[in-house]
Write a protein that binds this ligand. Sequence first.
Ligand code: FAD
Length: 388
Amino acid sequence: MTTRPRVVIVGGGIGGLFAANALVAHGIPVAVYEQAAELGEVGAGVYITPNAVRHLERIGLGPAVAKWGARVGAASSYFRHDGTRIAPVQVTDAKGWNACFGMHRADFVQLLAAKLPAGVVHTGHRAVAFEQDADRARVTFANGATAEAEVVVAADGIHSELRPHVFPPSKPVFHGTISYRGLIPRERLPHWPTDRWEMWAGPSKHFLVFPVRHGTMVNYVGFMPTDEEMKESWSAPGDPEVLRREFEGWDSRIGEVLAQVDKTFRWALYDREPLPGWTRGRLTLLGDAAHPMLPHLGQGANQSIEDGMALATILSQTDAAAIPAALLAYEGLRRERVAQVQLGARKHGLRVDSASGDLATRDAELAAHAEFRKQLYSYDVVPLARLT
Ligand code: FAD
């Protein structure tokens, strides 16, 4: 008979919390250790797409996503910077299933945490050391506590403390882009449509708007070039006047949004080169710890959800004695797919910043990009993980 492995997850962000839910749904004992005193997230949006929503539905979170999300539909579009419509944005998978939602990040973390049994999440635990032997792995926390399990999953983000135990340290790659982002209550933009994701692609910049929290808030992000490298903080305050100046002369609809901004956050864009390995013995990586990516395909969180579902499906078929091989199978299933998305996000970022300068070619590429998204959204990791 199969002995279920015990799993410790370090990091209680979207990736770690989803993975914990997927493991619980598969009957695998799990504990999550998060450094912050409380689970939480910054005031910003996250876009959730069908390739992840199918897994949220599988573990019983479909109704919560539909309740807290804002579903975007066929009116979603790319525009030139002056407001001329370029092309529709793909919001369905190949079967025509529309499951693209704008979510408030805090709502998303909250609904993932609320689904977990009491006692799974331990806040106030910052991992500082890791060791393993032939039978188990151990994490030590700054508060002196330790946790032992057959599997440790590092879901501790782009600056992962545990990643160096898998792979030699490397520097994140800065892409010379900064973004300003924030949320605006819908009552301040009463005519703003809540059923669509809209992006304006202009020379060296782009601007994105989508609804969150069942359409009661409007999420905006403005991306622009910068020489200034800054720590990958998600919450450094920005100057609304600088943001307004950057998009002066663009479509008046952008001006309408920016007129309502009185608080904004700056965030510099980093990713990493795809790693050649994610696993060492009983330790594996998940989410941004494994594959931080640029946000231009809106896939960082979605890929971390695919990771969690793949890992839980594989571990549910694995005896505790066969853990290292199972973790390598998880890595083998995920690494190539995620590297494609990481590199695809870089490419799409250059496209929406009109890097080639040839707008007709860019417009044609944006129209053709629908097929890429259709394939991205149609991918289902579960049947592949069952065969692994
Ligand atoms: P994180 O969210 O970084 O979570 C890591 C967690 O680990 C944190 O809670 C941290 O406190 C904790 N931690 C760190 N170190 C330790 C330690 N030593 N011990 C214990 N705990 C520790 N993705 C999308 O799919 N769609 C989007 O629209 C989208 N928009 C984005 C917009 C912005 C502004 C940003 C910054 C990202 C966006 N992403 C989006 C990317 C996505 O949010 C991330 O890829 C995703 O949240 C990664 O989740 P994670 O759990 O791997 O890492």
